[in-house]
Design a protein around this ligand. Structure first.
Ligand code: ADP
Ligand code: MG
Length: 256
């Protein structure tokens, strides 16, 4: 078996905010087409880790690669150069991120939201961007809502627009930070279904979630983080049914 290059590789990643050491040596890898689930108590550093992957935070120690490239640096010979803001912006285009709060542009329709970045950032023509946006909105089950404004949509519909908007940039990697946590329970399923479809299409995704059913059925790998370290990792079914560590057991007993 040949081993594919990981989409994300973390080696001893540390991140502090002042004296608060939030990530205390994270080691993990995410393989192409993998659905990588990240669970852990509030404050354990999950969002911070996603933000490091997406160039929103700078790590203090360790190394972090995305798609084979060291995050934040450009290598020339054996020297490393810090990326300029414009170079960071280019890298960030390849990573889609979906947050707990949908963060749609309130003054734009669903279609406008999905077209915005391809037109403004990728300089696609409006006709091309529109065509693609319509296809993406259809894919997330919102073909009939393309002209609706965010305020006219339910939370689940808004989150599906947010997913379509991220996909419009054709990311290599999708980061989901508790995408269903802010939703009413009856709307969670429609968002998870869209994510399941993405997984089936082979998208590489890191999913921070408390939806253990999703992790078990769709996840390829599961990591339990606590206190800024990886406590336990493995196949989701294995970790969820047979956790090896007391901390994992204690956490799961609260969320399952
Ligand atoms: P999780 O997503 O697992 O709940 P976070 O990564 O959001 O955890 O937060 C981990 C810790 O990092 C918390 O103690 C939080 O207060 C702190 N933190 C996160 N972002 C910042 C920031 N920008 N400045 C200072 N502290 C932060
Ligand atoms: Mg978080």
């Amino acid at each position: 078996m040949t081993s594919a290059q990981p989409v994300v590789l973390a080696e001893g990643v540390h991140k502090s905010f002042g004296l608060n050491e939030v990530l205390r040596g994270i080691d993990l890898q995410v393989l192409p087409r993998e659905v990588f689930c990240l669970i852990g108590p509030s404050g354990s550093g999950k969002s911070t880790f996603l933000r490091c992957i997406n160039h929103l935070e700078k790590i203090n120690a360790g190394r972090l690669w995305v798609d084979g490239e060291l995050v934040g640096y450009r290598q020339k010979g054996d020297r490393l150069y810090e990326l300029k803001d414009s170079e960071v912006a280019l890298k960030r285009r390849d990573i889609g991120m979906v947050f707990q709060r949908f963060n749609l542009f309130p003054h734009m329709t669903a279609l406008g939201n999905v077209m915005e970045a391809p037109v403004q950032v990728k300089k696609q023509t409006k006709a091309v961007a529109r065509e693609r946006a319509l296809r993406l909105l259809d894919r997330v089950g919102l073909a009939d809502k393309v002209d609706s404004y965010p305020a006219q949509l339910s939370g689940g519909q808004q989150q599906r627009v947010a997913i379509a908007r991220a996909l419009a940039m054709e990311p290599k990697l999708m980061l989901f930070d508790e995408p269903t946590s802010a939703l009413d329970p009856e709307l969670v399923g429609e968002v998870l279904d869209v994510m399941r479809g993405l997984a089936e299409d082979g998208m590489t995704m890191i999913v921070v979630t408390h939806e253990m059913g999703f992790a078990r059925e769709v996840g390829d790998a599961l990591v339990f983080m606590d206190g800024g370290v990886v406590v336990e990792s493995g196949h989701p079914r294995e970790v969820l049914t047979n956790p090896r560590h007391e901390r994992t057991r204690a956490f799961l007993s609260k969320v399952l």
